[in-house]
Write a protein that binds this ligand. Structure first.
Ligand SMILES: Cc1ncc(COP(=O)(O)O)c(C=O)c1O
Length: 364
């Protein structure tokens, strides 16, 4: 057994070490330009983003949460039912409630982390105004199949954890009415602060959303009640640089995931690797998850639990739902543990984590 190590869950300074100089140069350029809000950098990044995802339009906003919120507001979902899963970050549900929608949950897959499409189909009725599949942990849901099921109901893809994920040749965020991305620093494409992006092929939504993000401005007039939710020039310039490194960083993460899968199968339930999986998280499943987490912590390994409380049992989103309502989400909340999976994790570190997990089960 290797000697004791300290392994962080995520370390942005390590990940971005080689990108530091180009990023500093890009930030300097913005500072010297004196233009900080909705100017050339945001325009350039939006164009590049659309090209990468494969949509006609991209609209830079202040966060991933705002991307979902503004998408819902642009569709005027007030009083309508919006379906999502309880096994997601609070902000998916938060945006639905803030937009005036009624939160309706559909369970996740029996053996996975994504929305169960049959369960979602059973929740659709005349009041349904939208559905938000979450491409959780970097795994893209089958949006084509979802589209066939929902027959014209707006699909708002929550792509906060899935920049770059794809299925067949379709990228996450290219098939729904809108795709909503987060640039929170730990995400697949992370800024040095908050930021978000909405993708769409609809010129009507593009116009509405560019207005909504800038106080309802159309031309030089303020015509509707809007928001202050703009991606700023400094973040856009940083993201533009970081996008260049995405494929390389992603390849590194896939390699890490494969090494974990190889070392851990038979001990815990591991994710199944498929092409297009970006491993925003590498999440294992096991009984005795809390004890394993404690054991790893004692051995210097940081891990995280996504998500300990399924949202239908969260005081803010309960809406009369009871324990047992979404058994798959409840089970995942008890058994899931995410391991470090940032691009520059070394083989020694991965092997140390694998060895510790194996030891935990051998000596139980
Ligand atoms: C699934 C999911 N949806 C939405 C968000 C919201 O993104 P942001 O933190 O940029 O508001 C996040 C990220 O934190 C997320 O993980």
């Amino acid at each position: 057994m290797a000697k004791s190590m300290e392994i962080p869950f995520f370390d942005i300074r390590r990940v971005d070490k080689t990108k530091k100089q180009p990023i500093l140069n890009a930030v300097k350029k913005v500072i010297e330009s004196g233009k900080f809000i909705l100017d050339k950098e945001v325009e350039r990044f939006e164009r590049e983003f659309s090209r990468f995802i494969g949509t006609k339009y991209s609209i830079g906003v202040a966060s991933g949460t705002d991307a979902i919120l503004l998408s819902l507001i642009s569709l005027d979902v007030k009083g309508k039912n919006i379906i999502t899963t309880p096994f997601t970050f609070v902000s998916t549900a938060e945006a639905i409630v803030k937009a005036g929608g009624t939160l309706i949950f559909a369970d996740i897959q029996d053996d996975g982390f994504l929305m169960d499409l049959d369960n979602a189909a059973s929740k659709i009725d005349r009041k349904t105004g939208g559905i938000i599949p979450v491409h959780l942990f970097g795994e893209m849901l089958d949006v084509k199949r979802l589209k066939a099921i929902v027959k014209g109901i707006p699909i708002i893809e929550d792509c906060a954890q899935s920049f770059g994920s794809f299925r067949d040749t379709n990228k996450a965020g290219s098939l729904g009415l809108t795709g909503c991305f987060s640039f929170f620093p730990t995400k697949n494409l992370g800024a040095y602060g908050d930021g978000g992006m909405i993708t769409t092929n609809s010129s009507v939504l593009y116009k509405r959303l560019t207005s909504l993000r800038a106080h309802g401005k159309v031309g030089d007039k303020y015509t509707i009640l809007g928001y202050n939710s703009r991606l700023d020039e400094v973040q856009a310039a940083i993201l533009m640089i970081k996008m260049r490194y995405f494929e390389e960083d992603n390849r590194k993460k896939i390699r890490i995931a494969k090494r974990y899968i190889q070392g851990l199968k038979g001990f815990v339930k591991v994710p199944i690797y498929k092409e297009g999986y970006t491993f925003h998280q590498f999440t294992i499943r096991t009984e005795g998850r809390d004890k394993l987490k404690e054991f790893l912590k004692k051995n210097g390994i940081q891990t995280k639990i996504y998500y300990p409380i399924p949202l239908h049992l969260h005081p803010l989103f309960k809406n009369g739902y009871k324990k047992g309502a979404f058994p798959n989400s409840e089970k995942r909340a008890k058994e899931s543990l995410s391991l470090p999976v940032f691009p520059d994790l070394t083989d020694n570190e991965i092997d140390y984590i694998v060895q510790n997990i194996r030891n935990f089960f051998k000596h139980r």
